[in-house]
Design a protein around this ligand. Structure first.
Ligand SMILES: *Cc1c(COP(=O)(O)O)cnc(C)c1O
Length: 452
């Protein structure tokens, strides 16, 4: 029996074990999402804004399939943790949340990415979904849809306070007000919110970042004053992402919009580690090893022979590749042609007879697999084909040698956000602690075969 089997999974019962075994037969890798961690992360974010009665609500941002964690389970865990809003970028995900049974009596939903001419405003308004409006064609389209339905649209006016993405600029805002004010007076639209997004994840130690956020806040407040003067004061304002929810209490306003914090990560490793912010990464990505074999010193590994085994050793195949969302930029090199280049590949935790070891991608990541040099004999290390290894998890302790998505982000020169959202859905998502976290009426909404 190998040491790497089913590392500390909390099964809720026999059915969970059956589901796990079925997932292993379906695919040689699994993303295991701890709904308790997610609920607790949200509960922590709610406590950071002062609790449920503070006057500041919290939105769980579940865009992009909940940053790859699974839209519905993540949304329900966020609600269990005290979120009273959900947010998605794309409108189809907002509609899906309503269709899957999260009704308007339960929470508000806001959606914000669209082109004003094709977004299904009629369906969104009918489903009691709040919409962001940040362009003149957007105002016209939302008004036309609301008129046709005979139901006012709940609108959040998006302003560009300095991010340079969506929203009205200060110079363009008079033209927006000229359209918004009569529509609001007529009751075609209801001005719910005024909102904007911050450009830099705050690092209190970088004065330029702090100063640029300060400027964004001032600009944001100017927009509020202009809305008030025009007679369409917003009911709520929201500006804070995870970074500002955690370290800028003065801009919590009436709502904050954390995303990455819900999934257990700080927005930027410059802010420290998840633990420093009382967050627990919710996803573990694991895989079962393919071929494990002995090779001699000087053996080229993978495309391009960018890694040559320094000694006689054993290698193991991890059956995940760039078609699964493992970044090719997380390849590990020691050679490039005749030139010596050292670049650490993405980390993998492998259990051996000598304890847990952190090993790395060696050579190029392929489409469906990558290779790890075990730096020793697989026989002596007790590593076998079929063993379960871990690419990332919550980052438990030094001795545990457990990488996090931040470690993969460093290896791939990106951010943790991209590590999760790139994970393709051919990797099964499995959920731990669902029965513990979710009320029974929510539990039945989930795909029962995904529950551990
Ligand atoms: C993604 C997103 C958020 C959440 O950002 P995090 O850094 O993940 O907390 C908030 N607001 C908007 C508009 C977003 O697009």
């Amino acid at each position: 029996m190998s040491m790497n089997v089913a590392p500390e999974i909390s099964f809720s019962g026999e059915q969970g074990k059956v589901n796990y075994a079925a997932a292993l037969r379906q695919y040689p890798a699994q993303a295991i999402v701890d709904l308790k961690a997610m609920r607790d992360n949200m509960a922590h974010l709610v406590s950071v804004v002062g609790g449920p009665h503070s006057g500041t609500a919290v939105m769980g941002v579940v865009k992009a399939d909940a940053y790859g964690h699974g839209l519905l389970p993540s949304a329900l865990a966020a609600l269990a943790g005290g979120a009273t809003w959900l947010g998605t970028a794309q409108s189809h995900e907002a509609l899906l949340l309503r269709k899957l049974g999260i009704g308007p009596e339960r929470c508000h939903i806001l959606t914000w990415v669209y082109n004003g001419t094709q977004v299904p405003f009629d369906e969104l308004i009918a489903a009691d979904i709040d919409v962001s409006v940040g362009s003149l064609p957007g105002i016209d389209a939302v008004a036309a849809a609301a008129r046709k339905l005979g139901k006012p649209a709940r609108v959040h006016v998006k302003v560009d306070s300095g991010f340079g993405r969506n929203g009205f600029t200060p110079a363009g805002f008079d033209a927006a007000l000229a359209k918004l004010v009569p529509l609001a007076k007529e009751g075609v639209i209801e001005i719910i919110g005024q909102w904007s997004h911050l450009a830099v994840a705050d690092s209190p130690d970088v004065p330029e970042f702090v100063a640029s956020t300060d400027r964004q806040i001032e600009t944001f407040k100017d927009f509020t004053r202009r809305m008030e003067a025009a007679g369409i004061a917003p009911q709520i304002r929201h500006l804070a992402n995870t970074a500002a929810t955690l370290d800028r209490p003065e801009i919590h306003f009436e709502l904050t919009r954390p995303g990455i914090g819900l999934y257990g990560y700080e927005p930027d490793p410059a802010m420290g580690t998840p633990r420093d912010w009382h967050l627990t990464p919710a996803m573990r990505l694991q895989a079962q090893l393919g071929t494990v074999k002995d090779v001699e010193a000087g053996h080229g590994i993978s495309y391009g022979r960018t890694y040559l085994t320094p000694d006689n050793t054993s290698t193991a195949i991890v059956p995940l590749g760039y078609a699964d969302g493992i970044h090719r930029s997380a390849s590990g090199f020691d050679m490039e042609g005749a030139k010596h280049v050292e670049k650490h590949g993405g980390p993998v935790r492998i259990m051996t007879t000598q304890g847990a070891r952190l090993l790395r991608v060696c050579g190029r990541v392929c489409m469906d697999q990558f290779i790890v040099d075990l730096h020793g004999s697989a026989d002596e290390l007790g590593v076998h084909e079929g063993d379960t290894v871990e690419l990332f998890g919550p980052g438990r302790g030094e001795d545990f040698a457990e990488p996090t998505a931040d470690d993969w982000a460093r290896a791939a020169d990106t951010i943790s956000y991209e590590i999760f959202t790139c994970l393709r859905n051919r990797i099964p998502r499995l959920y731990e602690h669902a029965a513990e976290v979710l009320p029974s009426e929510d539990l039945v909404k989930l795909d029962a075969s995904t529950l551990l």
